[in-house]
Design a protein around this ligand. Structure first.
Ligand SMILES: Nc1ncnc2c1ncn2[C@@H]1O[C@H](COP(=O)(O)OP(=O)(O)OP(=O)(O)O)[C@@H](O)[C@H]1O
Length: 277
């Protein structure tokens, strides 16, 4: 469905207002309206176990992410960050509440539509890159489209690898790339399907400080220049400072939600204020 209506962005578009229109012009199902959030959770709750062993990983979480917005999520270990990302990514199902992504309510979508939405409208970036060792950068970045039988898979991969600064590394395998370069390949792979949303779970957790900063800057660009929404979980306040907005979680709740101004210290100060340090 999206494959037929999707227009591939060209490197020549960068920075490209057209990409912004493209990112929001082909919603999965009836959209919630122009300018509607790309992510919206309503009273999102997830419990694991039952009775006395019950863990409330998410407790009535309401969160919205606007088109092209870069939001960082921080909080102590076990506060529900990954659970939130998994619910928004359709990788796990809520106990109650609703999750809208790009206008579609995930809990009511038939399996095939959910799979299609995950494949085409959401890009995933993981801490350990999750690249295939025997494939080169182009083949790795093309993989989601290749698996979908898309004839333009490698062209899209080359375009996005060029955008993320790897035009001279197209045919290197992961073991021939630095950690930061491998994560760039993973970002290109996440973007190759033209998603509205990129979900990044600790994307800099396996990188040295300099590469981590470069990936944070790249994710900022994914949102600011290429108009994809980015929802990123991180433990690193310095990395969070590249986002436009910080969501702080504790015990399955959002305890603060504040705009950021690029100050490297702001997330740390917010965590101090919330008593999370
Ligand atoms: N499959 C599961 N079964 C039982 N409990 C789970 C499961 N997944 C998560 N939990 C629990 O839910 C709570 C939230 O976990 P989650 O992984 O979302 O936290 P987190 O904030 O991402 O933690 P971290 O920063 O350590 O990755 C924790 O108490 C965790 O033990």
């Amino acid at each position: 469905m999206w494959g037929s209506s999707r227009r591939r962005a060209s490197v020549a578009d960068v920075p490209a207002p057209a990409v912004a229109a493209e990112a929001t012009s082909a919603p999965a199902v009836a959209a919630e309206g122009a300018g509607a959030p790309i992510v919206r959770t309503v009273a999102l709750t997830k419990t694991y176990g039952s009775a006395e062993s019950e863990v409330r990983a998410l407790d009535a979480v309401d969160l919205s992410v606007a088109p092209g917005e870069f939001v960082a999520v921080m909080g102590p270990s076990g506060c529900g960050k990954s659970t939130l990302l998994n619910m928004v990514g359709g990788l796990d199902t809520p106990t109650s509440g609703e999750v809208f992504v790009d206008g579609a309510e995930l809990t009511t979508l038939p399996d095939d539509r959910l799979t299609e939405l995950r494949r085409r409208r959401i890009g995933f970036v993981f801490q350990f890159f999750n690249l295939i060792p025997v494939l080169d950068a182009v083949e790795n970045a093309a993989l989601p489209l290749t698996l979908d039988g898309d004839a333009g898979a490698e062209d899209a991969a080359v375009e996005w690898l060029t955008r993320v600064g790897l035009a001279d590394r197209l045919h290197n395998r992961p073991d021939q790339l630095s950690g930061g370069q491998q994560q760039r390949v993973a970002v290109a792979r996440a973007l190759s399907t033209d998603p509205a949303l990129v979900l990044a779970d600790e994307p800099t957790g396996n990188l040295d400080s300099r590469s981590a900063t470069e990936i944070a800057e790249l994710l900022r660009q994914v949102a600011a220049a290429w108009h994809r929404s980015v929802l990123m979980v991180t433990h690193d306040p310095r990395i969070a400072s590249y986002a436009q907005r910080l969501v702080l979680m504790q015990d399955g709740h959002i305890v603060d939600d504040l705009p950021l101004d690029g100050s490297r210290e702001a997330p740390l100060r917010a965590m101090e204020r919330a008593g999370l340090l």
